[in-house]
Write a protein that binds this ligand. Structure first.
Ligand SMILES: Cc1cc2nc3c(=O)[nH]c(=O)nc-3n(C[C@H](O)[C@H](O)[C@H](O)COP(=O)(O)O)c2cc1C
Length: 362
């Protein structure tokens, strides 16, 4: 049977998965019923390292899984299957399977198209215990992982303090500043033409701020000058009060260090996607706030992350504070952090590139 049409359809749906700055760092090779998932190099990527990419690929893999099941195929996954090919993160083999109960995953499948990053301030309304249980019970893949909700206002503020360190670093580092602005798409049209990157309207900022970002802050010499007056720290503080403190909770995804293997970030990515799809189905808004965690891993990867030693120190302090305030023990690692809540504002969707698929026949 020719699997090309169904695999193309599955991949077209699966690439709705989230990716850092909507870079969509994946490409596919398909041999009959086997999908090979490869990393795709992207412009303006300051050596964020493998960890960031594996989490992203994990979210994509979960979408492929859910979509394949929905079309009546069971999946067999092999993670990092070829030590000689570091670009290959996974293979997924599809088998027609009449015993699959398509009702089981139907709601997650429908949510793939609706899931979105919501960067608006959220309502004060706390999460209900039913909502928390629904989110917690959606995780499936990462051995002994646990989900923690941080809801106490004071602790939310303390975590927000560490989360906004990412803004301080982004706006005081030339390479990261350049990456960010390279990936921003100012108009709907430019965003549709490139089909990758962050549409400015998804940042949930007012038009004046967007204009000043476009015509003033995007120029590094101006930013560098403003930083003489602690400008990045001031933006971080404003963002903390305007957005991050206005969350019903932070959701931390925590794994025991002794359970961690090279494939753990892929499994965590799968679970992150399941949490996000589930949240979307119960009308909860989510925004990843994991940049500090990802930066710490990028620094530890020694892959040439472009931060200075002072910035590394700041990132490390924030990383440790996130662990402390999320209640992780010294034997545990916080792999992912998101803010969560109820939002009155509907976030806009970011466009996707048509997936790059190479069909081969052996
Ligand atoms: C590994 C990873 C890291 C991300 N980090 C952030 C972040 O720090 N802040 C943020 O607002 N969104 C973050 N996102 C969300 C992406 O920007 C978002 O998924 C992408 O722009 C596509 O938009 P969508 O999720 O609405 O489809 C991250 C997503 C992934 C997968």
């Amino acid at each position: 049977m020719d699997m090309k049409p169904i695999i193309t359809e599955i991949l077209n749906i699966a690439v709705k998965a989230p990716s850092g700055d909507n870079t969509q760092p994946w490409r596919f090779v398909v041999n009959k019923n086997i999908i090979f998932i490869h990393k795709r190099s992207i412009e303006g990527d300051s050596n964020w390292g493998n960890y960031n990419l594996l989490i992203t690929h994990g979210t994509l893999i979960e979408n492929i899984n859910i979509a394949a099941n929905q079309f009546g195929y069971s999946t067999e996954l092999a993670f990092l299957p070829d030590p000689n090919d570091p670009t290959l993160t996974a293979t997924i083999t599809l088998q027609a399977d009449s015993s699959i109960d398509t009702n089981l995953n139907e709601s997650l499948f429908k949510a793939i198209k609706n899931r979105v990053t919501n960067r608006y301030p959220y309502k004060k309304q706390p999460l209900t215990s039913e909502e928390k249980t629904t989110l917690t019970s959606s995780i499936l893949h990462t051995p002994n992982a646990r989900v923690v909700f941080i809801e106490d206002k004071k602790t939310i503020r303390q975590i927000s303090d560490s989360v906004v360190t990412q803004i301080k670093v982004f706006f005081s580092n030339k390479s990261l500043h350049e990456d960010f602005f390279t990936r921003l798409r100012w108009s709907k049209k430019s965003s549709e033409i490139s089909s990758t990157g962050l549409p400015a309207d998804t940042l949930a900022l007012d038009p004046i701020t967007i204009l000043s970002m476009r015509f003033v802050l995007s120029f590094w010499p101006i930013m560098k000058f403003l930083n003489l007056f602690w400008f990045s720290s001031i933006i971080a503080m404003i963002e903390k009060w305007r957005r991050y403190n206005k969350s019903a909770a932070y959701l931390a995804f925590i794994v025991p260090k002794q359970e961690m293997t090279p494939i753990t970030p892929l499994q965590a990515g799968q679970d992150v996607e399941r949490i996000w799809l589930t949240a979307s189905n119960i009308d909860l808004a989510l925004q990843p706030t994991s940049a500090i965690l990802l930066m710490e891993h990028a620094i530890m990867d020694k892959s040439g992350f472009p931060t200075s030693s002072d910035q590394n120190k700041l990132i490390n302090e924030s990383y440790l504070n996130i662990h402390k305030y999320c209640g992780a023990s010294t034997d545990e690692s916080v792999l992912w952090l998101m803010r969560v809540g109820h939002s009155t504002r509907v976030a806009s969707h970011s466009p996707r590139k048509t997936p790059e698929i190479t069909f081969i026949e052996n």
